[in-house]
Design a protein around this ligand. Structure first.
Ligand code: NAP
Ligand code: G3H
Length: 483
């Protein structure tokens, strides 16, 4: 099914329904994080090709906006079906390209198919409203505003390496059902998976040009594409550093941004410590901690800290470390630089007196899961996002200290509170400066129709199926005089 998107493992870009190569002949090699083998090449588009793509997307959007929503929805349903039909192949690709463990790779595909179906159905309820004027002072019932939702135009979707299929589709599907055309700029590492997704949308019957892809060096075309005047919306997921940069260079264009996080799990004295340990370990180490919503610090009340750490240590020691192809749960990080960064945080914490409970073992970019106790607020590990399998425990005296340390972070994505007191849980939840608080469970994005948002340096705007459709459409009011 995917033969047409590549030639000798050189992948092309989707342009106006066709798979094309760059005029320059320049490509970028993609290496597997598992064994550093070259698994393909992607096109290095240049500015002129970006221009052409945007113009094609702009033209194609007009017809798509006029396509009945039920027809758009049928194409999305077909996309979901094709995704599931190709689950095995796509899951193997994720294992090779981003070293995602086998179970998470398969679940990324299944979840994406569910996401697309739900979006198709939700889009059918994108209804407007009528508003009469006479509840506003000085007006009588002499006119009516008929409010409809219409597309915004050309959406630029920029996705990160850690969910190249899911976090591409979670932008594409809501944008498309709302009647926008989309240019997908996938992560370079993850592009092969994302290009397969684009072909699935194409095969499902999306009209030519409604979805185009652009691969290339961010240093060459990144700023150019985000600041292009014919891009009408930017939907970005990635690091806070790149997100802030894009917000600066893009100018006056609406944006959704999902950025980094440093999610805290607060564990109180009256928590079910065994259950908290299970949730935290699952939340911190799945996909080797390369999730924005991974638990990235534990704020444990002193009295239960020893028990919690012992329970977590026991669970961590059972995690299988190695290649995703051999069924490991802790798999190589995306590249060596990522592993070097995690190592820096480890070395800094150890040099400042943190106690290593387990881990600090490394084989190139394969980092064994690490747990640290007695992490203090002068250590980088207390504040920085490692994006690796490493978890600091910061001991706190009481609830208020936990809230204070949690809120002192630049990030504000999510947090968890473990306690048997519903009153304390709500007290803390109300005080935390984050988008979502989970009570007695790990931090995570799903289910995907819940609102998903980060505050402070963690994002801008709200995702979640209905919220994303609303963000990528706008009200249009026609006022009928009925005098
Ligand atoms: P990243 O380095 O920020 O890259 C994200 C995307 O931005 C990639 O497609 C990248 O392309 C592109 N990019 C880089 N510079 C650009 C520029 N100047 N203009 C346009 N695009 C540009 O992030 P990542 O390493 O892929 O992902 C990890 C980070 O994402 C973590 O911080 C994580 O917390 C965050 N994240 C957040 C969420 C959330 O929902 N809050 C979800 C997932 C990940 P190239 O690959 O070609 O550089
Ligand atoms: O990496 C960021 C994702 O939005 C996290 O999603 O909580 O389902 O892993 P997840």
């Amino acid at each position: 099914m995917f033969d047409n998107i590549q030639e000798n493992k050189t992948f092309k870009n989707l342009y106006n329904g066709e798979w094309i190569v760059s005029k320059s002949g320049n490509t970028i090699d993609i290496y597997s994080p598992n064994d550093n083998s070259c698994i393909g090449k992607v096109q290095a588009f240049e500015k002129e090709e970006v221009n052409k793509t945007i113009e094609n997307s702009r033209q194609s959007q007009k017809l798509w906006a006029d396509t009945p929503i039920n027809e758009r929805a049928s194409i999305l349903h077909k996309t979901a079906e094709l995704l599931e039909d190709n689950l095995e192949e796509l899951s193997q690709l994720l294992q090779m390209e981003i070293a995602k463990d086998k179970e998470s790779s398969a679940s990324e595909i299944r979840r994406t198919a569910d996401f697309i179906r739900f979006t198709a159905d939700e889009g059918k309820h994108m209804e407007g409203e009528t508003i009469f004027p006479d509840n506003f002072p000085g007006y009588k019932r002499d006119r009516v505003s008929i409010v409809n939702r219409i597309p915004i135009g050309v959406v630029l979707a920029i996705s990160p390496f850690n969910y190249p299929i899911n976090l591409s589709a979670s932008k594409l599907a809501p944008a498309l059902i709302a009647g926008n055309s989309v240019i997908l700029k996938p992560p370079t590492q993850g592009a092969l998976s994302a290009l397969h997704l684009a072909e699935i949308f194409n095969r499902a019957g999306l009209p030519s040009g409604v979805l185009n892809t652009v691969t290339g060096k961010s240093s060459e075309i990144g700023d150019y594409i985000v600041s292009h005047e014919d891009i009408n919306f930017i939907n970005f997921t990635g690091s806070t550093e790149v997100g802030k940069h894009i917000a600066k260079v893009a100018g006056k264009v609406p944006m959704l941004m999902e950025l980094g996080g440093k999610d805290a799990a607060i564990v109180l004295e009256d928590a079910d410590v065994g259950e908290a340990a299970k949730q935290i370990v699952a939340g911190a180490y799945s996909y080797s901690g390369q999730r924005c919503t991974a638990v990235k610090r534990v704020l444990a009340v002193d009295k239960i800290a020893d028990t919690l750490i012992a329970e977590m240590n026991c669970l961590i020691s059972k995690l299988k470390v190695g290649s995703p192809l051999e069924g490991a749960q802790i798999t190589p990080l995306i590249n060596n630089e990522a592993a070097n960064f995690v190592q820096e945080l480890i070395d800094d914490a150890i040099s400042k007196g943190a106690k290593l409970i387990i881990g600090n073992k490394r084989n190139n970019n394969l980092m064994y899961p690490s747990l640290f106790d007695y992490v203090t607020t002068d250590m980088r590990l207390a504040w920085e996002e490692p994006f690796g399998p490493i978890l600091p425990v910061i001991r706190v005296k009481n609830t208020n200290e936990a809230i204070q340390i949690s809120n002192a972070s630049q990030y504000g994505l999510q947090a968890s509170v473990f306690t048997s007191s519903i009153k304390d849980a709500f007290y803390i939840a109300n005080k935390l400066e984050v988008g979502t608080v989970h009570i007695n469970s790990k931090t995570e994005r799903g289910p995907d129709h819940f609102p998903f948002l980060g505050v402070k340096a963690s994002g801008m705007g709200t995702q979640g199926i209905r919220y994303s459709i609303e963000a990528m459409s706008r009200p249009k009011s026609v006022v009928l005089n009925i005098n």
